[in-house]
Write a protein that binds this ligand. Structure first.
Ligand code: SAH
Ligand code: MG
Length: 217
């Protein structure tokens, strides 16, 4: 178990519950605990999130940063992954920009951070994950990958981001389903497996579809 983070403010729990997203509370709470642990290991490094959407998972990370004196960088092009576009099961028409008819989750993310009073704790990067990865500095205390879940996107995210984790830092991956009956393959096959099989990452925790790995020192 990671080091103890103080209990979360019930008001923040309420804001999280009212924020659109795909992060169940037990997995979010685990993310917060491990982000806090990551910042005790690598205090100088940012927490990097790939896949902000409307900020639901971002708030769990940002609360750990608030307590530990860290900072979150969250990356998203805000045009939605393939599987949340109009016509798909998880699509939410509320996040479509009526002017263009395209998804735009950036205003929702901004509102989420404002409501939670966490604008100063989070730097929002709007762009392609693969491009942003070349610009953002390395040495992350925690890297949380929850971006595109297609095969190509997951592959590119692994190639782009895994080296950003500082030695002793943590890699968290969402939507990891070792059993194909439970969900899509790419986060498991293209991010989790190669990370573990490389020998550079060792699993520390599993909560729902969240996996937390430690980067070897
Ligand atoms: N972490 C969020 C959910 C993220 S959904 C939560 O728990 O609530 C995945 C997000 O990844 C979407 O917002 C989508 O726009 C973004 N995304 C998908 N592919 C991307 C890419 N190649 N570059 C940047 N963002 C991408
Ligand atoms: Mg997810």
């Amino acid at each position: 178990m990671p080091g103890e983070a103080p209990p979360i403010d019930p008001e923040l729990v309420r804001v999280i519950a009212e924020t659109r997203g795909f992060m169940p509370d037990d997995e979010g709470a685990a993310l917060r605990r491990w982000a806090f642990e990551a910042l005790t290991r690598v205090p100088s490094g940012p927490i990097i999130e790939v896949g902000s959407y409307c900020g639901r998972s971002t708030l769990w990370l940002a609360d750990a940063a608030r307590i530990a004196g860290g900072h979150v960088v969250t990356v998203d092009h805000h045009r939605g992954s393939e599987e949340i576009q109009p016509g798909w099961e998880h699509h939410d028409p509320e996040v479509v920009d009526p002017r263009s008819g395209r998804m735009d989750t950036l205003p929702h993310l901004r509102r989420t951070l404002e409501r939670a009073g966490m604008e100063d704790l989070v730097t929002v990067v709007v762009g392609q994950s693969s491009v942003a990865g070349g610009l953002v500095r390395s040495g992350a205390s925690m890297l949380f990958i929850d971006g595109g879940h297609g095969d190509a996107e997951a592959r590119v995210d692994a190639a782009t981001w895994l080296d950003h984790v500082a030695p002793g830092g943590l890699l968290a991956i969402h939507d990891v389903y070792p059993d194909p009956a439970d969900g899509g393959r790419p986060p498991y096959e293209r991010i989790y497996r190669p990370a573990v099989d490389s020998g550079r990452f060792v699993e520390m925790a599993a909560v729902g579809s969240l996996r937390v790995l430690e980067r070897s020192r």
